[in-house]
Design a protein. Sequence first.
Length: 272
Amino acid sequence: MSQPSVVLNSGCRLPLIGVGSYKLAPEVAQEVIETALGLGYRHIDTARLYGNEREVGAAIKAAGVPRHELFVTTKLWNDAHRRQDALKAFDQSLEWLGLDYVDLYLIHWPVPRQGLTVAAWRTLVEIGQTGQARSIGVSNFRVEDLAAVIEATGVIPAVNQVELHPAFQQDELRGHHNQWGIATEAWSPLARGEDFALPTVQAIAQATGRSPAQVIIRWLIQLGIAVFPKTAHAARLAENLAALDFSLSDAQMSAMASIDQTGRLFSDPAVV
């Protein structure tokens, strides 16, 4: 299946739809990821925090998809921002995944109270130079966090993965991403289902004969935003992937952009 993608500042191509592994318990993670790969997913998002890198790696091995067809992301957790800790954590993630390299390695949170954000980014730059992370980026960074690491190193993150859904569209942050050439990824794009009831989403779902989840996923993809909604159910995996099979009109895209934004649902990066 041909899938939309964007080219990162590293030159790597980022598929715009993927499968997330957040809160996938180790005992089910391998099966879910194998199922997703069998359906045609080629972008996998995991993290050290999720506790399932071993199972994700086992799924990749069992599925038998050629490595060059996959885009695998993992992340550096908050307790390992010092250089030696970060290098050790990265090596451990590679070992657990059973891979020689990852396609994208992210700082999971900036954790400004620690004062180690720039130090962590310097280490990711170092890792990127080895080729073991083909692209490096960040997650949950605010504009000031992005500015700090760019000013300190001259290296612009390839990606910023942030909370983003119809009721929290992050317009200002995405504007800065565009200026810097940073790709946007959306975590919790379905807001755990809370945005399904929005009148605009409901109206577009009815007009297109699609589910609210598919409408939201399609909206993000048409914006060029990468999305990887998490589900443990094969039917939902297939439904999410089927968002590639239709398009929203310009008027529907404008309607989505005009949704009243009620703010973030989850943790504020300023205080994590």
